[in-house]
Ligand binder design. Structure first.
Ligand SMILES: Cc1cc2nc3c(=O)[nH]c(=O)nc-3n(C[C@H](O)[C@H](O)[C@H](O)COP(=O)(O)OP(=O)(O)OC[C@H]3O[C@@H](n4cnc5c(N)ncnc54)[C@H](O)[C@@H]3O)c2cc1C
Length: 659
């Protein structure tokens, strides 16, 4: 007899009569049927290993024990790589990401930086000889590295970094020094306890002149004992909002000597006599940055999918209050207010992924021309990747927090997994380029393009003016036009502000600083235009069945209207929007909420996120929320005895003291 699998009756009902094929959406998101099969095989291979499961939930371990436990699992995963059904590269990508990887390494992977930053830095900055010397060792995990750039005193402003590497032509060595407390490296992941090597960014001094920031390969710890080498002062920076087992660290240098050959010399060199040879092209490292930012967009999107799945399933299980007097309490998902919280982030997961895919395709096209020596497309792509990274991370962080709030009190439990998901997504606002700083870089590119009438593909709309009457058309294609008008209009407002500041007598840098609010708005509008355009165009161009196309088109429309309603002032100001248009969009929006509501569970099911990946009693496929919450509470160390020893030590004396 087969054991009947429990399924919450409300969820069961939600899943009946699904008008579209969920598997088709799964395949669409995975990038094809074969990719889905491959992913599932890999998930089964990894998640069925008992040794990779937590005996005790992470929350109950000390800071040090958490690190040790995640390191144990991380090393075990590396041993499993060789037999993986998906191949090493695919498996590594999955294990470092927000999906499968986070099911095992919930608080962060202590060796992630080795793959995410150290190896790419060696590949991007090392000469062929340098790669031959270190890459194989790195791939074989004979050495584990990190990327040490940020310091206690400086993150964004790279020219302000203080770590010094002074060339000594007598010994043909560089001398590394941290001249002050603020010069200490602070933040690099894996640096605290795990890595024994690092690519260190330092100011290069030779022949008495500073040549700016350069990458150096530095051994930090003895390969046998793991003790820090003489002159290396290294440790962990302590607990953070999230990602607590990434052992982010600090690092100082007390006159550490390294051979000249440890300057990574692919782009610039120091000759034996100390002569500095400049890089031929300053844009050469852009390619890797575009790649990393696409990965950030994909990861925050997966995290958002997790949050939306948890909140949507829970909202269909949870019944609360009274909608119709005297009736049974409704599922909270039936409140329009709840739909307004959850359906825009649900739609956003598609918009962000399609935009990231679009950027990835542009990157591959640009790479081909780069191989022919043509670097022209790269600055444009660089700008676009900054814009998309900043938009996806900040919007996803807000949406994840809304999902948490939508689950009421239970969303505040650690076991809901919202705190961890939020911790990961909000970190992406700061790393790989702090978002505000990225927005301002994007704005500089937009202003330059608009003023000089010259720029790349993504900003062509700033050069080719819209022709014809500026009517308002609320079809998806018409709405794209409105976003375009807003993007152009906000750039013009920022330029006017800059000119106004100049007229007031401000120096250019002050004029820029005093226009920052407008500049950032313009950059954000540019990023939103890219997402909206990618979403609309991708659906037009795809070979989807009619039912899948119908639901994705509804999500697309909902999302592009949601952003207009949220920022209607910009559309009144720049896109010729009238009160009647806004009212019409408002009623379209609420109609779409009602139309999508019945399919919300089916859509999140099509994300195909296993319970282990969701890691939340609120979001499990079976909807057995209350039993699972109780099971989680039973794991609390405070529940192992009826009376805790602290009662006798502290509470009882107080109770008996007759104060
Ligand atoms: C989870 C996590 C992991 C990290 N991992 C690594 C790592 O592996 N290796 C590494 O080297 N670093 C790492 N970092 C550091 C990260 O790269 C820096 O935190 C980031 O570059 C921001 O620098 P900062 O912290 O010095 O902030 P600051 O630059 O001091 O920024 C502080 C505030 O000032 C604002 N600001 C700064 N400059 C400007 C400007 N020009 N105009 C307007 N506003 C400005 C910012 O917007 C921000 O609001 C990590 C950080 C985090 C949070």
């Amino acid at each position: 007899m087969t054991k009947e699998i429990y399924e919450n009756p409300d969820l069961k009902k939600e899943r009946q009569n699904c008008p579209f094929n969920k598997e088709e959406i799964t395949n669409f998101l995975d990038g094809g049927k074969e990719k889905t099969t491959e992913r599932r095989q890999l998930e089964t291979y990894i998640l069925s290993d008992e040794q990779l499961k937590d005996a005790v939930p992470m929350e109950y371990l000390s800071h040090a024990d958490k690190y040790a436990e995640e390191l144990r699992k991380s090393c075990l995963l590396m041993h499993k790589l060789a037999d993986s059904p998906a191949g090493q590269v695919q498996t590594l990508r999955a294990l470092m990401g927000a999906g499968l990887g986070s099911a095992i390494l919930k608080e962060g992977n202590p060796i992630a930086l080795h793959y995410v930053m150290f190896i790419p830095a060696l590949m991007g900055q090392g000469t062929v000889e340098q790669q031959a010397k270190w890459l194989e060792k790195a791939y074989n995990l004979n050495i584990i590295g990190t990327y040490a750039q940020t310091e206690l005193g400086h993150g964004t402003f790279l020219r302000g970094l203080e770590t010094k590497a002074t060339y000594d032509p007598v010994t043909k060595e560089f001398v590394l020094e941290s001249p002050s407390l603020t010069a200490y490296k602070w933040w690099p992941g894996s640096l605290g306890k795990t890595a024994n090597y690092a690519v260190v960014m330092a100011q290069l001094y030779t022949k008495g002149k500073c040549e700016g920031i350069h990458p150096f390969m530095v051994q930090l710890r003895d390969e046998e004992t793991h003790e820090p080498l003489p002159g290396i002062l290294v440790g962990e920076i302590g607990p953070k909002l999230g990602m607590n087992t990434n052992d982010n660290g600090y690092l100082g240098f007390d006159k550490v000597r390294i051979p000249r050959e440890q300057l990574l010399m692919k782009h610039s060199q120091v000759l034996e006599d100390g002569t500095y040879v400049k890089p031929t092209n300053s844009k050469l490292s852009y390619g890797t940055m575009v790649f990393v930012r696409v990965v950030v967009c994909q990861d925050v999107t997966v995290n958002l999918r997790k949050a939306v799945t948890i909140a949507t399933r829970y909202s269909c299980v949870r019944r609360q209050s009274e909608l119709k007097p005297g009736d049974r309490e409704p599922q909270v998902m039936d409140y329009q207010a709840q739909q307004h919280k959850l359906l825009p982030p649900l739609a956003a997961t598609f918009g962000f992924q399609l935009a990231a895919d679009h950027l990835w395709n542009l990157y591959n096209t640009a790479n081909n021309s780069m191989e022919q020596g043509d670097m022209e497309l790269l600055p444009d792509l660089h700008g676009l990747s900054c814009a998309l990274k900043a938009l996806c991370s900040s919007e996803a962080a807000n949406f994840v927090e809304t999902c948490r709030q939508s689950c009421g009190g239970h969303g505040y439990m650690s076991c809901s997994n919202f705190p961890r998901i939020y911790g990961q997504v909000t970190a992406a606002i700061t790393y790989e380029g702090e978002n505000t700083v990225l927005w301002l870089q994007v704005a500089r590119y937009l202003v330059k393009t608009r003023k000089e009438k010259s720029g790349g593909l993504s900003v062509k709309y700033l050069i080719d003016e819209e022709k014809g009457p500026r009517t308002v058309d609320t079809t998806p294609e018409g709405i794209v036009k409105l976003y375009r008008r807003v993007a152009v209009g906000l750039v013009d407002i920022a330029i006017a502000e800059l000119e106004n500041n100049s007229r007031k007598g401000y120096a250019p840098h002050d004029a820029w600083n005093h226009a920052a609010v407008h500049l950032i708005k313009a950059a954000q509008a540019h990023a939103r235009l890219f997402v909206v355009e990618s979403f609309v165009d991708s659906l037009k161009g795809s070979r989807l069945s009619a039912p899948v196309r119908a639901i994705l088109s509804q999500l697309c429309e909902l999302f592009i209207i949601y952003w207009i309603l949220d920022r209607s002032g910009d559309f009144f100001l720049c896109a010729n929007l009238k009160k009647e248009d806004l009212l019409q969009l408002n009623s379209k929006y609420v109609q779409l909420l009602a139309a999508i509501r019945p399919q919300a569970v089916n859509i999140v099911d099509s994300f195909d996120l296993r319970d282990e990946i969701l890691g939340s009693p609120l979001g499990c496929w079976d909807g057995n929320v209350y039993q699972r919450l109780f099971d989680e509470a039973a794991k609390s160390p405070l529940n192992q005895k009826n009376v805790h020893e602290s009662f006798h030590k502290y509470l009882k004396p107080l109770l008996k003291s007759n104060l």
